[in-house]
Design a protein around this ligand. Sequence first.
Ligand SMILES: [Zn+2]
Ligand SMILES: [Zn+2]
Length: 255
Amino acid sequence: MSTLSLFFEISAFFLAVYALCAGGAYLLVWTLGRERYAAHRIQQRPRPAQVRREIFWSVVSILILSSLLTVTWLIAEAGWSLGYFDVADHGWTYLAASVAIMAIVHDTYYYWAHRFMHHPKVFRHVHKLHHTFTNPTPFASYAFHPLEAVVEVAWYAPLAFVLPVHPYAVAAYIVVLTVLNVISHLGYEFYSPGIARWFITSTHHNMHHARAKGHFMLYFNLWDRWMGTNMPEYEAAMQRKEDDAVPLRYHGAHE
Ligand SMILES: [Zn+2]
Ligand SMILES: [Zn+2]
C-alpha cells in the first residue's frame, strides 16, 4: 500500500470514529434528548458558529494525528519499532492488554503534558485554542491547535519502541480515546459521585474549560487527586447533583 493511501485509510477511520461518536452524542443528547435530559445539562447551549469551529479544528487535528500514526506504521513496517502485523505473534489477550497499557501510559503522560501546556509561556501558543471553547460540545473532543495535536500524540512514538502494538490495538485505542473524550466534552452529567471519584466526568472537564486551572487528567481521577489539582468544590458539586438533581450550570447562563 502506498504511503498516501495508508494515510487516507487511517484518516478515514479516525474521522469516521469522531463523526459517529461526537455526532451521535450531539444528536442523542443535545438535540433529540434536549428536554428529556434537561436536568443533566451543565452548561449553556453554544452558538452554531462555535460548533463549526470545534469541527474544523478537530478535523485538522485528526489529520495531523493520522499523519503521525502513518509514520509510526511505516517505522513498524520497516522493522525499526516493535510494531507487529500478525495477531498470532502475541495473541488476542496480549492485544487487549496492550490497549489497557496504552491507556495507563497516555493518562500519566497527558496529566503532565497538560500541566506543561498550562504554563503561561506555553499556553497561548499551544493550548489556548482548546480553551476558547468555555462551554464545549462533543465536537470539541479534538479541537486543538496543530502544535497541541503533536503534543497529544507524542507519547505514542517512544512507546512503540518498547511495547509491541498491533494496528488493531491502535484502532481500538482510537475508539476508546474518542468515546471518553466525547464524555468529557458532553456538557451533560450522567455519572454518580462514586464514578467521579475514580474517573473523569463531564463536570470535571467542564470546570477545567470554564476556569482553565486544575483538573488536568485524561481518564482516571488519580494524578489530580495525588497532586492536589482537583478543585475543592468538585466532589461536592457531583454530590449536589446526585442529591437534588439540580442542573450544574457553571456558566450561570441560559439560552
Ligand atoms: Zn477539553
Ligand atoms: Zn487545559
